[in-house]
Write a protein that binds this ligand. Structure first.
Ligand code: NAP
Length: 317
């Protein structure tokens, strides 16, 4: 049996692995069969991760994190977890090849998935004008016209932030009223660079090599028109990846995994959670890495206490 299984290969999972491996826990990190490295693998320049003043490509950053975790004794497993058994003292993770990993403790760091529009052009132009992250990519749209899709707080935040760079920001919302909080709405309404397009659905993102526009469907009269923009930021919500723990771990009203205060302790002893899967607010690579650190330290303390427990019981006899 292993001491620690980590599920997830984003900044939270790999940072937890670096700390746990340096503590001698020889973690088994289940990374994914498809893409190791999480959401940052879909990003180009990362300019806000401390320590890289010239910026670093997202995939390079994740490769470095993996190398650092492996250097100290992390085993990276290129497979997916299909089932988890968390309730007893032995935590079991079944992989898609049928292997069952067993450990005394488990860190769940599966991240969150940006919702997609699922329209033609979206996939092809991702990284070529289509983005889910204004703080990552806004800088590339200086003096351009861009569109933000969505009507919640994220869309208002992204649109307002993007006016630092873009000349014009269209907010495209499928209804005629916003879901965003009043303060975020007021800030966006007061911004001269932002123009709202109401009752409109994006039915296609246009462009060959780069985004050149969006096709819009008016949900009231059914008419279609093309809007010329050079960037499309999609901000229609985000879903924490919790499907493997439904019915086992407690969740919050926001759908993230419940943890005890500022710790990473979940509702089951010996199971810890870190990164976007516990975070409805910040969702940054740096905050995920910090959260992974907390999970590794919590797991280390848990395992040390478990190792001491029989000795204490014997001493008390
Ligand atoms: P959200 O509140 O769920 O809003 C998603 C928005 O996208 C809604 O306006 C929704 O339209 C729209 N939408 C959903 N699916 C769509 C689709 N397929 N096509 C077009 N539009 C679609 O998500 P969020 O804005 O990411 O916010 C998530 C949570 O984080 C919220 O609790 C929010 O308050 C919080 N947050 C807070 C801050 C802050 O306080 N600074 C910043 C960001 C986020 P409908 O309105 O028609 O459903």
């Amino acid at each position: 049996m292993h001491q620690l299984i980590i599920i997830g290969s984003g900044p939270a999972g790999f940072t937890a692995a670096i700390y746990a491996a340096r503590a001698g826990l020889e973690p088994q990190l289940v990374a994914s069969s498809v893409q190791v490295g999480g959401e940052l693998m879909n990003t180009t320049d990362v300019e806000n991760f401390p320590g890289f003043p010239e910026g670093i490509q997202g995939p390079d950053l994740m490769t470095k994190m993996q190398e650092q975790a492996e250097r100290f004794g992390t085993t990276v497993i290129y497979d997916d977890v299909t089932e988890l058994e968390l309730s007893g003292p032995v935590k079991r993770a079944t992989l898609s090849d049928g292997t069952v990993l067993e450990a005394q403790a488990l860190i769940y760091a599966t991240g969150s998935a940006y919702r997609k529009l699922d329209v033609p052009g979206e996939e092809k132009l991702t990284g070529h004008g289509v983005s889910w992250c204004a703080t990552c990519d806004g800088f590339f749209f200086r003096e351009r016209a861009i569109a933000v899709v969505g009507g919640g707080d994220s869309a208002m935040e992204e649109a307002t932030f993007l006016t630092r760079f873009a000349d014009k920001v269209y907010v495209i919302h499928r209804r005629d009223s916003l879901r965003a909080s009043k303060i975020m709405q007021d800030r966006a309404f007061a911004n001269d660079k932002i123009e709202f397009i109401w009752n409109a659905e994006v039915t296609e993102i246009l462009g060959d090599a780069e985004v050149s526009g969006v096709r819009l469907l008016d949900t009231v009269d059914g008419s279609e028109r093309d809007l010329s923009v050079e960037g499309v930021f999609i901000a229609i919500g985000n879903d924490p990846r919790t499907h493997l723990v439904h019915g086992q771990l407690d969740l919050t009203d926001e759908g993230t995994i419940w943890v005890d205060g500022r710790s990473s302790r979940t509702s089951i002893e010996g199971v810890f959670a870190a990164g976007d899967v516990i975070d409805p607010h910040y969702r940054q690579a740096v905050t995920a890495a910090g959260s992974g650190t907390a999970a590794a330290l919590d797991a280390e303390h848990f395992l040390a206490a478990a190792a001491d427990a029989p000795a204490l019981a014997t001493a008390a006899d």
